[in-house]
Write a protein that binds this ligand. Structure first.
Ligand code: ASP
Length: 437
């Protein structure tokens, strides 16, 4: 039995956190492959090491660069000393400083947080350090080369047994390449898939995924089990849980993910798998409620009696040309609407409207801004009648004005568009309606 375990930045913020990690890892014999993030914010440390490294790169050539560099070094020295390890952090930082000039790439410098974190953790656990440049590979177009990565991790594990792998980076065409923020989740998933692990444990600072954002709903319930599909929908719609790209490698191999809390290892956390077992959550219709603010709805009015697919295609091509992701398309008889996030549109609203007018020659294009999309997500919605009726009644009874409705194709979620000002209330109403009963 092999468990691949990944620890996030808050679990590695200082020497005390490293000790908690060791207690978890050495509890049994199964946690033999460990993936680590860079030290994050802790009780005494206000910044994430990765943020500090990016700032260090931004200030190369100025005195501030050295100051930040020293702070980062001090973080690692204090972890090493707090744990009584031998790793020569000082001379490795000296070597790094020697190459700190305009040729230093942002990715390489940012990767050093995970690199040092893994070096120290490997010594602390007595596991072998496996540098991610030797086991995580990118293709020339920046995708993960899964087969090559799996082969390298498998071979290293066979030859060298228990491993610590730094997350977040690998080898690209130009040398060290990082993933997007939070990418250590992906590294953990790749290692679990490479080794056909029994489970991928992702250790963080919360006891699993909650049914709603605790900043909006007080003391929301934990989700004990959810499916990969529900997770993708929840993360796409705004729940920040796991890196969205970390799901595919383990899902393809049918390996469950277990989100756990380093501060409360006695909690079961949340299990994410292909088929969630029934029971345990009272058979609720809805698994979670989440959403995102700041969307714009473009409605193209053209009286032709029905919406011609050529017009919709033309509209989608325009958005594609501007590299703006269309989140939803809804149809009326003489109109259709496209929903996109204002941050992606980035001040090009009127350019988009002009392009729609030129290409489609509609009667007019109307625009609603400051729209929030709120999704009620749940695998059981497909088999139950009356869920949407209940949902709309609850919103109506609580004075929420629904601007738009969409249901995803496999009926795992109902998405409503509401005014930004109604965002939090919508989440609370849906939570109270479906989570508490
Ligand atoms: N340290 C990186 C970040 O802060 C990657 C990670 O933690 O997963 O985004």
């Amino acid at each position: 039995m092999l468990k691949v375990v990944k620890f996030g930045g808050s679990s590695l913020a200082d020497a005390g956190q490293f000790r908690k990690v060791k207690n978890i890892v050495t509890e049994g014999m199964e946690r033999r492959v460990v993936v680590v993030s860079a030290p994050g914010k802790g009780e005494k440390n206000g910044s994430k090491v990765t943020d500090m490294l990016y700032r260090c790169h931004d200030t190369i050539g100025t005195p501030l660069c050295r100051e930040i560099f020293e702070e980062i070094r001090a973080r690692f020295v204090s972890i090493r000393d707090g744990l009584g390890l031998k790793c020569d952090v000082e001379s490795r930082f000296e070597q790094l400083w020697d190459i700190m000039d305009e040729t230093m790439t942002r990715d390489f410098l940012a990767s050093r947080g995970e690199y040092f974190s893994a070096l120290l953790m490997a010594e602390f656990l007595g596991y072998t350090f496996l540098d991610a440049v030797n086991c995580v590979f990118f293709t020339t177009d920046g995708e993960i080369d899964r087969e090559r990565t799996y082969e390298a991790i498998r071979t290293a594990h066979e030859r060298r047994g228990a491993l610590v792998i730094p997350g977040f980076y690998g080898r690209g065409a130009e040398g060290v390449e990082t993933m997007s923020r939070g990418g250590s989740d992906i590294t953990g998933s790749l290692a679990a898939a490479a080794l056909d692990a029994e489970i991928y444990e992702n250790w963080t600072d919360v006891s699993g995924i909650l049914m709603a954002d605790p900043k909006i709903v007080s003391d929301p319930r934990r989700i004990p089990h959810l499916t990969y599909g529900e997770l993708s929908m929840l993360s796409h719609m705004g729940a920040s849980v796991l890196h969205p790209m970390s799901v595919a490698p383990v899902r393809d191999k049918g390996i469950p993910i277990n989100i756990r809390n380093t501060e409360r290892p006695q909690d079961d956390g949340t299990f994410i798998e292909d088929r969630a077992p029934e029971g345990g959550d009272g058979g609720r219709f809805i698994t979670g409620v989440t959403g995102r603010r700041g969307f714009s709805v473009f409605t193209v009015h053209k009286k032709v009696g029905f919406v011609k697919s050529a017009f919709v295609r033309a509209a989608l091509e325009i958005f594609e040309h501007y590299r703006v992701q269309v989140e939803h398309v809804t149809f009326g008889i003489d109109a259709f609407s496209l929903v996109a996030s204002a941050s992606e549109i980035g001040g090009r609203t009127f350019e988009l409207i002009r392009a729609l007018e030129e290409r489609i020659a509609p009667e007019y294009v109307s625009l609603s801004e400051n729209v929030s999309l709120v999704a009620a997500v749940g695998r059981r919605m497909v088999s139950r009648r009356g869920v949407s009726g209940r949902l709309f009644r609850a919103l109506g009874d609580n004075g929420v004005n629904i601007r738009m409705i969409a249901q995803d194709t496999d009926e795992q979620s109902i998405v409503v568009g509401v005014e930004d000002g109604d965002f939090e209330n919508t989440i609370r109403v849906l939570y109270n309606e479906f989570a508490l009963t």
